[in-house]
Write a protein that binds this ligand. Structure first.
Ligand code: HEC
Ligand code: HEC
Length: 475
């Protein structure tokens, strides 16, 4: 039964916040059956883009795993079993770089709805639109800053939008894709050129020619350029263009919440409606003020805040022991940004765990509870939730430093996360609300399968990831 009083309170709030329910409205994003998207899908799944040909984009961003990898911290190159994704994926112990644990220091965010970001990509925003025009994913001709150039400058090679600019970087990261073998010692520009040559079947890239190599036909078809040469068509720019188009086609916004906002009052439960009030209302009004950061139809302000989620894993080389991660501070050098990370979207968040920039929370409940009182969350943090291979040294101490920064920011009166008291009912309602932010397509194998190559799709280099889980079941 619809509680009319409750329903009208939520509707009033929705109106006052100016929500439309649809963060994709008015955007120009490709559809999955676009030929360039189809090419991008094949590239996204191909290990040819891994320096030593053992890892692909999809190894950490699989559609069945919520567009991520279902791990706290990813395992990229030199996995024990290359095509095993998610829990059970470990580094091989062979070689000087590996001790079995994950070498990538941050949680892999979802590629879902990537085309809806307008300001920054990455946890620290190091790919950044200088124009920040709403609705265009950075495609406003005002420049995109990337890690190849200094903070605040436009990278002349960034490409047209944030998604394509981001796609230039995973292949240059030794731990993620570049590896320590064939491409060792090369610059970012060289890795990209060599990978284009490898895919294109021209030049003399390290590792020699791919066999088979049917990519030229695929590029000619996708870019509608019959007779075009590999040197012209198979450039790193076109590779990233296709990959970005594939990622941008992953628009998953058909949520029960959207249906509700757009008029269907029975689309979400009374509990979820009460949860919406908790989510949107300020602390003074009895809410938890989540929307002060997780704002708008995309549930993020794309800004950076110190919330001090546990710092686990190897870190980014920051701090006394080198196993801290200073987050946004690494880019801006601004003291206020120390330990600040980008506000994640909450669309599909039920499916994109583990949560936090280092994946410290293995349940959504605890990721949410953390916000209510970070110190209590750290004091009660269950370290056994982490896989034993994750480096444990200094985690408690490092996280305490982040919490101290949060407390100091509060004391100085800077806008900061506040402690909030919620009773059990309110907390359960809040969780029920968050569950309405997930698009059912992503849990439906037939629906999500449109973004996964199948037996009917060509496998141009025989290097496609045929993803399996730890029980050897296909994903
Ligand atoms: C070894 C795992 C791994 C591989 C392989 C990998 N990624 Fe990622 N990806 C990550 C991690 C970790 C981050 C976050 C890094 C950070 O914020 O510092 C990330 C971030 C991203 C983002 C930004 C998401 C956001 O919300 O800001 C996109 C898009 C992305 N990757 C796409 C790709 C593409 C395209 C490829 C292949 C060219 C790729 N990834 C390969 C682990 C991986
Ligand atoms: C002060 C800004 C702020 C407020 C208020 C806030 N959050 Fe967050 N939230 C963040 C930031 C920043 C992160 C990322 C932290 C990190 O990566 O370590 C985050 C992470 C999350 C995550 C994990 C998402 C992921 O993909 O890892 C969830 C879930 C979440 N918040 C829900 C909530 C809820 C529910 C509330 C209200 C109780 C709330 N947040 C209030 C800023 C905020």
């Amino acid at each position: 039964m619809i509680d009319k009083q409750l329903n009208s309170e939520v509707r009033e709030l929705v109106t006052s916040m100016g929500l439309s329910g649809d963060p994709a409205a008015g955007r120009n994003l490709p559809v999955v059956d676009d030929p360039v998207v189809q090419l991008g899908m094949k590239l996204f799944f191909s290990k040819a883009l891994g320096g030593d040909m053992d890892v692909a984009c999809v190894s950490c961003h699989h559609p069945v795993l919520g567009g991520g990898d279902n791990l706290s911290l990813p395992v990229g190159v030199d996995a024990e079993i290359e095509d095993l994704l998610g829990p059970g994926r470990f580094h091989s112990m062979a070689g000087e770089h590996f001790d079995g644990g994950p070498t990538v220091p941050r949680n892999a965010p979802s590629t879902f709805n990537i085309g809806l970001w307008d300001q920054v990509l990455f946890h620290d925003g190091r790919v950044e639109s200088l124009g920040k025009t709403p609705g265009v994913n950075g495609d406003d001709n005002r420049g995109i800053r990337t890690p190849d150039v200094r903070f605040g400058e436009a990278d002349p090679k960034a490409g047209d939008n944030l998604t394509v600019a981001q796609a230039r970087f995973p292949v240059t990261s030794p731990e993620e894709m570049k590896d320590f073998g064939l491409m060792a010692g090369t610059t970012n520009a060289e890795v990209r050129a060599f990978l284009a040559q490898r895919i294109g079947g021209y030049g003399t890239p390290p590792g020699g020619a791919l066999l088979p190599n049917e990519w030229l036909f695929e590029f000619q078809t996708a870019f509608n350029a019959v007779g075009g040469s590999a040197e012209e068509l198979i450039t790193f720019e076109n590779i990233t263009k296709a990959i970005a188009a594939y990622e941008q086609s992953q628009v998953f916004v058909e949520t029960p919440w959207k249906a509700y906002v757009q008029g269907d009052s029975s689309a979400i439960s009374n509990s979820a409606k009460r949860g919406a009030l908790v989510f949107f209302r300020s602390v003074d009004e009895g809410g938890a003020d989540c929307a002060s950061c997780h704002s708008g139809d995309f549930f993020t302000d794309e800004q950076f805040h110190v919330v001090a989620m546990p710092q686990i894993g190897r870190g980014k080389g920051d701090g006394v022991y080198g196993d801290e991660d200073f987050g946004r501070f690494r880019e801006t050098g601004d003291e206020q940004d120390r330990y600040a990370f980008r506000t994640p979207t909450l669309l599909n968040t039920t499916a994109t765990g583990p949560w936090g920039h280092a994946g410290a929370y293995t349940t959504l409940e605890n990721a949410v509870r953390h916000h209510l009182n970070p110190q209590a969350a750290l004091d009660g943090y269950d370290w056994t939730q982490l896989d034993a291979t994750i480096q444990a040294a200094n985690m408690l101490e490092n996280t305490q430093l982040a919490i101290n920064t949060l407390l100091q920011n509060r004391a100085e009166g800077l806008p900061s996360l506040q402690d909030v008291d919620l009773n059990n009912q309110q907390f359960d309602d809040l969780m029920a609300f968050l569950a309405t932010l997930t698009d059912p397509c992503i849990a439906d194998r037939a629906c999500i399968g449109q973004w996964i190559p199948d037996a009917e799709d060509t496998n141009p280099d025989g290097l496609r990831v045929e993803a399996i889980d730890e029980n050897s079941n296909p994903l």
